[in-house]
Ligand binder design. Structure first.
Ligand SMILES: Nc1ncnc2c1ncn2[C@@H]1O[C@H](COP(=O)(O)OP(=O)(O)OP(=O)(O)O)[C@@H](O)[C@H]1O
Length: 346
């Protein structure tokens, strides 16, 4: 039997459908197959395992089903079929035991009581979770410092900007010290410095205790790459791939690729594509350089390429190995970039 690592999250064949609102047609009865046609599958047989201690990412375009998955895992929404366990507990039958162990923050949400100030809001939330006042105050001070909201501690939240409110909500996720934390787009719309501070804090928070687990959704590829131990790429309710960022990138890079910039004037690159273990060579001429993109069947062949270029009279200005990005992985799997307008979906 395989050694089983403790799983923080496990879903099996998890499916969630939403019923599309039907136009009222009082003059005709619905046809028998209409009810089925009205069901929209937001999550389709999702089977995922997130290990305890992992910082796991969900990457997908708008409408992919990320929030639906998070809502099910945080016991806010029931699955239509399949199962989901959080910290070993079933999200439907053991929801009460799951709730004290988790917390969730959604980047776009603007929750909180407008008449209370920032500190009062956070304190109230901590108390609901049973955090003692002294501990809560200490954590609130720390978190407000992390997001740069210390000066706003006594401001009513109705007087905060959207970004400041989002930062307050981010703090809310951590003051209960959850075992499993769900962050839905935590840096959405935040300025660069604040987003960086949040990413640094998230990484440190995970390092602090090895039994903490964090599930993050993000649209920002660089953020996913920087933070996540493993990622699931999700589109139209289905998981298309799940692995470490490095392994996902390896999947799309079939051959190592080098980019070389050459001084114009010599045709030193002629014949490079005929060298052993060279898969493909493309050249692009710019006003000041000739750009060569060389893909290799075996990486050591780069030595012979350089040699051939130099002997042929070519002058190499720069040379670098090109790594695929998560965006490349995403495009390969989903068929378009994450930030492109997807247009209407069926
Ligand atoms: N309450 C609902 N009723 C009907 N359809 C819904 C409902 N909630 C979500 N959907 C649909 O389910 C699909 C998945 O939505 P979900 O919010 O999970 O996506 P998402 O990946 O979180 O998207 P985003 O990145 O835009 O937040 C979408 O097509 C959405 O329109």
């Amino acid at each position: 039997m395989r050694f089983m690592e403790p799983l923080a999250i496990r879903t099996e064949g998890l499916t969630r459908t939403y019923r599309k609102p039907r136009k009222r047609r009082w003059w005709s009865k619905p046809k028998p197959d209409e009810a089925e046609a009205r069901d929209f599958v937001a999550l389709d047989q999702v089977s995922l395992e997130v290990r305890s201690g992992e910082l796991f990412g969900l990457l997908g375009p708008n409408g992919a089903g990320k929030t639906t998955l998070i809502k099910i895992l945080t016991t806010l929404l029931a699955p239509t079929s399949g199962s989901a366990r959080v910290d070993g507990l079933d999200v439907v039958t053991e929801a009460h035991q799951i709730r004290p162990r988790i917390n969730m923050v959604s980047g776009g949400e603007s929750s909180g009581y407008g008449i209370l100030n920032v500190r009062e809001n956070l304190w109230l939330f901590a108390r609901i979770y049973g955090v003692p006042t002294a501990v809560a105050q200490e954590r609130i001070d720390k978190m407000l410092g992390v997001v740069g909201l210390t000066e706003k501690a006594t401001s009513r939240i109705s007087h905060l900007s959207t970004g400041q409110r989002q930062k307050m909500n981010f703090c809310r996720g951590f003051i209960t010290d959850p075992k499993i934390l769900f962050l839905d787009e935590p840096t959405l719309g935040l300025d660069v410095t604040s987003a960086r501070a949040i990413r640094t804090f998230v990484k440190d928070w995970m390092k602090e205790r090895p039994d903490r687990t964090l599930l993050l959704t993000t649209h920002y590829m660089a953020e996913a790459e920087e933070l996540c131990d493993r990622l699931a790429i999700i589109d139209r309710g289905k998981v298309l791939a799940c692995d470490t960022p490095a392994n996902l990138k390896r999947q799309v890079q079939k051959y190592p690729i080098y980019e070389l910039s050459l001084a114009p004037g010599h045709r030193g690159w002629d014949g490079v594509d005929k060298l052993p273990d060279v898969h493909q060579v493309t050249t692009t001429t710019t006003p000041t350089t000739v750009e060569l993109k060389v893909s290799l069947i075996e990486e050591p062949a780069i030595g012979a390429v350089v040699q051939s270029l130099v002997t042929g009279g070519g002058r190499i200005l720069t040379m670098k190995k090109v790594e695929p990005t998560l965006e490349d992985v995403f495009i390969e799997l989903v068929g378009h970039g994450l930030t492109e307008d997807e247009g209407p979906k069926g």
